[in-house]
Design a protein around this ligand. Structure first.
Ligand SMILES: Nc1ncnc2c1ncn2[C@@H]1O[C@H](COP(=O)(O)OP(=O)(O)OC[C@H]2O[C@@H]([n+]3cccc(C(=O)O)c3)[C@H](O)[C@@H]2O)[C@@H](O)[C@H]1O
Ligand SMILES: Nc1ncnc2c1ncn2[C@@H]1O[C@H](COP(=O)(O)OP(=O)(O)OP(=O)(O)O)[C@@H](O)[C@H]1O
Ligand SMILES: NC(=O)CC[C@H](N)C(=O)O
Length: 586
């Protein structure tokens, strides 16, 4: 059987940066060539970044993507890489003009892959299965392709496929079997969700069986607004053997020698096969010489603990949001509580302590331990720690307006928000907001107060998971002989907003140990009241919690973006009307 040395480039593109992304392809193709690769693959929509959303409707953007692809092919040849087949994702269009005012906006646009060789585009493939659920809206943007592209590379038939093609049975992988291909390259923009890697491997195995071929799966890494991509690139043999698997959340060149059956008789250039799909065949004439030595061992990355995985996802999501939007630094309020402590530790891991400003904003209700814990966090992490007392400003409001009760509670949170935004305007920091998913679910935050900010690293993290993350991060530091970043007393103390004397979260909310399972069932699991009661929850608590969730939609709709880590994050994953009289019954 012929052996082909594959290189999968698990890289971090930036949406809209066509020149920068093309440069990444050139750099990583050079690395692949230096490693002796005979075919290198890059992720879905590599040239444009992913997802590009309504940029698809910009004719100028589509034209720029196509031009960048042609230019890239020429540049690779000029770099001396003309012999190396390079598979790269990009945005194409072969339909009528795209204007968002059209009856069918975006029709004609294609989520495409190209194989570049000898200075040109040898073959293109258009994604067949378009995901249109959860965070994906690809029916809004793209037309599905109806042809499987098969390229003969060094005596092996290689089929090109894109992400969702792998998630559905039938279509390209079934056609690949009929076409007798030896290898299917699948390029991805598959966003992270906790435990998705456990689904991905069996899925790739199923498709290997369906196609009767080796599968080379390459996924991007990096943050893009609310999504973070983890990589998890891998190669699985036709018999389901996991041959190699890349680490998550880091750029990586996965190089592996695969033995693939030699291609048979060359079929017709175009023929109709199963599922109404055609096969289009192309040939790459020359290849880099077969490598003399073995490929450096790619290895098989073992899964890590859930907390470690989520921590890495949150760090990368935050780092890329800050850096790709070109913020020099971030600022957040440090209350001495667990949420702001975890966000500060994430920010320090993402950006380094010199790019994180933490501000203690004490009022007359702030306890001594809160101030001390905030200061202790500052010392442990080395961030830029500051103190800005808010009581004089709150008192000025109260001297000029007659306010009482919750209004005064919210006033304190809002004065803090004003101060953080002032520091942002004055010094250029991005404000991080710290509300966890449980608080967002029940609306336990002050609009334009503690919810103020441009990005929320823990938006999709349930409160009970916040505690687990804090404990894991501290233990991880201790195991390396480092100072744990989060003060133990911030982890142990009962949660409190400290907006009125002796206030505790438990005055208003059920304990988080009782609250979170109900919220997880209702939000992540889409259970109704009946389903929640069948799961054994107290009916009175369920009714109270569901009401809080339903009536807090207006707060969530105005909330800052934050990294998705769960199966259903607030935002695009869960779209509900704000004006809504429907309440769960019986
Ligand atoms: N449907 C709708 N569409 C648009 N806006 C709507 C609305 N319904 C109310 N509103 C507006 O929202 C206002 C009420 O919201 P808001 O001003 O936020 O105030 P509200 O939700 O009444 O109070 C905030 C609660 O969060 C607690 N809190 C605050 C800060 C931090 C923490 C924490 O521990 O993390 C907890 C605080 O103790 C208090 O119980 C209304 O006065 C109205 O202006
Ligand atoms: N005294 C304070 N000094 C600085 N920031 C504060 C202070 N109090 C609240 N904040 C900010 O407002 C956010 C909401 O905090 P709050 O104490 O009201 O409840 P929380 O959701 O339990 O958060 P945490 O666990 O961080 O205390 C905090 O995470 C912090 O960013
Ligand atoms: N870009 C895509 O087609 C992604 C869809 C796929 N179900 C995934 O999450 O991996």
């Amino acid at each position: 059987m012929p052996t082909l040395r594959l290189a999968l480039s698990q890289v971090n593109p930036t949406v809209g940066d066509l020149a920068g992304n093309a440069e990444l392809v050139r750099t990583w193709s050079r690395r692949a060539a230096d490693a002796g690769a005979q075919l290198v693959a890059f992720p879905e929509m590599m040239l444009t970044g992913y997802p590009v959303e309504d940029l698809v409707f910009r004719r100028s953007f589509v034209a720029a993507s196509k031009a960048a692809l042609e230019q890239l092919a020429a540049d690779l040849a000029a770099d001396g890489l003309g012999d190396l087949p390079v598979v790269v994702g990009y945005l194409d269009a072969d339909g009528p003009p795209q204007v968002s005012g059209d009856a069918q906006p975006g029709r004609g646009a294609r989520n495409a892959a190209a194989l570049l060789h000898s200075g040109g585009v040898v073959a293109t493939y258009f994604k067949h299965h378009l995901p249109n659920y959860g965070v994906f809206d690809e029916d809004r943007y793209f037309l599905p392709g109806d042809a499987l592209t098969v390229v003969r590379v060094g005596g092996v038939d290689v089929a090109l496929t894109i992400c969702e093609d792998l998630w559905q049975a039938g279509g390209p992988f079934a056609v690949a079997r009929q076409a007798g291909v030896g290898l299917v390259v699948n390029i991805n923009g598959s966003p992270y969700e906790l435990n998705k890697d456990d689904i991905r491997l069996p899925l790739v195995r199923r498709r290997a069986a369906e196609a009767g071929a080796t599968i080379a799966y390459v996924n991007m890494i990096g943050g893009q607004d609310e999504l973070v991509f983890e990589g998890d690139s891998m190669i699985v043999g036709a018999d389901g053997t996991l041959l190699t698997r890349a680490p998550q959340f880091v750029e990586h060149l996965l190089v592996h020698d695969v033995e693939v059956p030699a291609a048979g008789e060359h079929g017709a250039d175009e023929e109709e096969l199963a599922d109404g799909m055609r096969v289009v065949r192309r040939t790459v004439e020359s290849l880099p010489p077969a490598p003399t030595g073995p490929a450096a061992a790619g290895g098989v990355m073992e899964p890590v603990a859930d907390e470690a995985e989520v921590w890495q996802a949150l760090v990368l999501g935050l780092r890329d949001y800050v850096n790709k939007n070109r913020f020099p630094s971030v600022v957040l309020g440090l209350s001495g509580g667990i949420d702001s402590a975890v966000v500060a530790a994430l920010a320090v891991d993402a950006l380094g302590p010199q790019r994180v400003v933490g501000v203690s904003l004490p009022s007359q209700h702030s306890s001594e331990h809160s101030r001390a814990d905030a200061e202790d966090l500052g010392k442990r992490t080395g961030l830029d720690y500051r103190v800005e007392p808010i009581q004089p400003m709150v008192d000025t409001f109260l001297a000029n307006m007659s306010l009482s009760g919750v209004t005064v509670e919210n006033l304190q949170a809002r004065v803090r928000g004003v101060i953080l935004m002032a520091l942002s305007n004055q010094e250029g920091h991005l404000v991080l907001t710290t509300g966890n998913k449980s608080e967002l679910a029940v609306g336990y935050s002050t609009l334009y107060g503690d919810s103020v900010g441009g990005f929320n690293p823990v938006k999709d993290v349930w409160k009970t998971l916040i505690w687990r993350l804090a404990k894991w991060r501290n233990a991880d530091a201790a195991s390396r002989g480092e100072t744990p970043p989060i003060p133990e007393s911030s982890i142990g103390k009962p949660p409190s907003a400290e907006l009125s004397p002796g206030q505790l979260d438990s005055d208003t909310l059920p304990d988080y140990d009782a609250l979170d399972p109900i919220l997880i069932g209702y939000v992540d699991g889409d259970l109704g009241r009946k389903g929640l009661l069948e799961s054994g929850h107290d009916p009175a608590v369920v009714d109270r919690v569901l009401r809080m969730v339903d009536t807090a939609e207006y707060k969530r709709r105005q909330s800052a973006p934050g990294t998705k880590i769960s199966i259903k994050a607030f935002g695009r994953d869960r779209r509900l009307p704000i004006t809504n009289r429907w309440r769960e019954q019986g």
